[in-house]
Design a protein around this ligand. Structure first.
Ligand SMILES: CC(C)(COP(=O)(O)OP(=O)(O)OC[C@H]1O[C@@H](n2cnc3c(N)ncnc32)[C@H](O)[C@@H]1OP(=O)(O)O)[C@@H](O)C(=O)NCCC(=O)NCCS
Length: 351
């Protein structure tokens, strides 16, 4: 494994927070239901016209400033999103242009909420092969485009009226999904180093039999054309989610993978300083934490404020914890994540 370290981080969330109670204006839900089941109190949404690359640009500029480098020192961009600006090309190219990094390789990875772990494996390869020295790694999501309502003025509190019964019914059909996701971006700058830092060991897995536990049924290239008028009538642009199955999968696979990783790396769980976990549901993380016997203070949580920001989650969390001055060089941190695919994995990183 080659040496690399985090030299800068940044995060950005759009607009004002939207609370669970705000969402109750457009569907039948409550702060009590959402908080008890998921630990979420509020989330942010990208504005109309604001894409994942715009959110990523803000976070990247903050990370570049934090690293104190000239953006031109970046020689590779990795962009993770499941909500790209276009069906194709991916948002990495769009972000590269916005940063003025013309000609710099920009790669999209689409491992949804597990992107950070796959990204670390990729970065390790890029550093060890000498293909890159300074990598901008960004996760950004604009889930607002798949939210099951049109009345954004009600959601944001810009207007007050009763939502139509039809609109409420449409939103209710997707309410378990809709309350979970929020928008934002997190950026990290990694640099090759001769210091004893970087990836210690990593395990990633995929089980595509479960692809339809969380997927978007419409707009795929199995049909001609790939987008049809009736797909919208069927709300086929909105992801379908089997929440219970994903929950079961996460609480089974993540503790097992974390234990196997530690055993293979010859590291005891109690030697790990930080557990930086994807934030899909507070109850999932609490369960994983208890299974592993990890004290609360070693697993920071921020899902209450952002919801599940998919690929942006771990970079946002790392930025928060790092800016609080908690992450110290030499510490051992484990990242854990599971996302649609189903992809999942854990990584041990020496800071
Ligand atoms: C989504 C999740 C919170 C739902 O919790 P759950 O306990 O499984 O709830 P269910 O979907 O079984 O629904 C239970 C009831 O609450 C209702 N409900 C669903 N969403 C609701 C909402 N937002 N507000 C109020 N009630 C809601 C359901 O209609 C159902 O009512 P019924 O019993 O009358 O039919 C939970 O399954 C979860 O978090 N799963 C993991 C999802 C995940 O991690 N996804 C991302 C992976 S990266």
């Amino acid at each position: 494994m080659s040496g690399f370290e985090i030299i800068g981080t940044g995060r950005f969330v759009p607009g004002n927070p939207v609370t669970n109670t705000d969402l109750a204006r457009v569907m039948d839900t409550s702060d009590e239901w959402v908080f008890q089941r998921s630990g979420i109190r509020q989330r942010h949404y990208a504005a109309e016209g604001q894409g994942a690359s715009d959110l990523a640009l803000e976070a990247s500029q903050r990370a570049i400033a934090d690293a104190g480098i000239d953006a031109r020192e970046i020689d590779y961009i990795i962009f993770c999103t499941m909500t790209p600006d276009y069906v194709f090309p991916g948002s990495a190219a769009v972000l590269g242009a916005k940063l003025g990094l013309l000609g710099v390789a920009a790669l999209d990875i689409r491992q949804q909420c597990a992107a950070m772990i796959f990204g670390l494996q990729l970065m390790n390869g890029l550093f060890s092969s000498g293909a890159a020295r300074t990598i901008l790694f960004v996760g950004a999501e604009a889930h607002a485009g798949f939210m099951p309502w049109d009345d954004w003025d009600l959601v944001t509190g810009a207007a007050s009226r009763d939502v139509s019964p039809e609109a409420r019914e449409r939103a209710n059909a997707h309410r378990a999904l809709a309350v979970l996701f929020g928008d934002g971006a997190g950026a990290m700058i990694f640099r090759a180093t001769t210091r004893d830092a970087g990836l210690v060991k990593l395990k990633v897995h995929t089980d595509g039999r479960y692809a339809e536990t969380l997927y978007v049924p419409g707009g795929g290239f199995r049909t001609r054309p790939y987008w049809k008028r009736d797909m919208f009538d069927e709300q086929a642009h909105i992801p379908r989610m089997d929440g219970r199955e994903l929950f079961k999968f996460a609480v089974t696979k993540l503790p097992r993978t974390a234990r196997e990783l530690c055993a293979e790396a010859n590291v005891r769980i109690d030697e790990v300083d930080w557990f930086l976990a994807h934030q899909a549901n507070l109850r999932i993380n609490e369960y994983v934490r208890e299974q592993l016997g990890v004290p609360k203070e070693k697993m920071p949580m921020n899902i209450d404020r952002y919801g599940n920001t998919s690929a942006a989650t771990i970079p946002i969390l790392v930025d928060e914890v790092r800016r609080e001055g908690k992450l110290k060089p030499g510490q051992l941190s484990m990242m854990l994540a599971l996302g649609a695919g189903i992809h999942w994995g854990c990584a041990l990183l020496r800071l």
